[in-house]
Ligand binder design. Structure first.
Ligand SMILES: Cc1cc2nc3c(=O)[nH]c(=O)nc-3n(C[C@H](O)[C@H](O)[C@H](O)COP(=O)(O)O)c2cc1C
Length: 207
């Protein structure tokens, strides 16, 4: 091979290498796949949405946040390769639409979930609380049939004037008759802890 031929061949290799990486970078666009992680949350009174937003702030730009009540499952599953799911906890467990997603698309979600979180009233400060939280996670993950690698609970909030009539009556009864406590507002949300959780996840999101 003479020098000209050699340089010509190197040129072709470089052109095809850069064409290859250009093609690779176009792939997500062509296939309709996003390199971002989808953070899906289920809320009733807003604390889980706020927590999802703080987590997203910690992750940075590689995340899209969606309310589980507002997405089309097939379209969203097709679009993202990675998911974080988070739900509030209300007596009977996590948000029914998230449970539906995990039940109806178990295999796909098993391979795509990188983390999950719950937002609840239980603090986990004592053994009984820790067990209760473990129970919430177990029930949340049941339809998924596996436990995601990373799981974290966050404190939620109670704003009595925001509650539906049904929830207010139920909780009033629960607090005064079962817990024998005054039924009053509380706020255990923690923006810094949620943002740190997001920042800690950002490496898993990028790889
Ligand atoms: C109707 C109702 C039931 C609840 N049940 C539980 C419960 O069983 N365990 C718990 O730890 N927290 C419970 N909580 C507290 C919620 O988890 C907390 O308010 C959380 O912030 C709810 O999320 P959201 O604000 O996104 O709706 C309950 C709250 C409501 C309103």
């Amino acid at each position: 091979m003479d020098r000209r031929d050699f340089l010509f061949r190197i040129g072709i290799t470089l052109v095809s290498a850069s064409a290859y990486s250009f093609g690779e970078s176009l792939k997500p666009l062509i296939e309709g796949k996003s390199e971002k992680v989808a953070l899906l949350y289920g809320t009733r009174y807003g604390a889980t949405k706020d927590t999802a937003m703080w987590i997203a702030r910690g992750i940075g730009e590689n995340v899209d946040v969606h309310n589980i009540e507002e997405i089309d499952f097939d379209e969203t599953l097709h679009h993202y390769k990675k998911f974080i799911i988070g739900s509030g906890i209300w007596i009977d467990g996590a948000h029914p639409r998230l449970i539906e997603l995990l039940s109806d698309h178990t295999k796909m979600m098993q391979s795509k979930i990188i983390a999950s979180f719950i937002v609840c009233g239980t603090t986990g400060e004592d053994e009984a609380g820790k067990l209760r939280i473990a129970g919430y996670f177990k029930k949340f993950h049941q339809p998924l049939q596996i436990k995601p690698k990373v799981n974290k609970y966050f404190g939620g909030r109670m704003t009595i004037e925001k509650l539906s009539e049904k929830d207010r009556k139920l909780l009033d009864n629960f607090y005064t008759k079962v817990l024998k406590k005054k039924f009053e507002n509380w706020d255990r949300t923690n923006p810094e802890a949620a943002e740190k959780f997001g920042a800690d996840l950002s490496a898993a999101v990028a790889t």
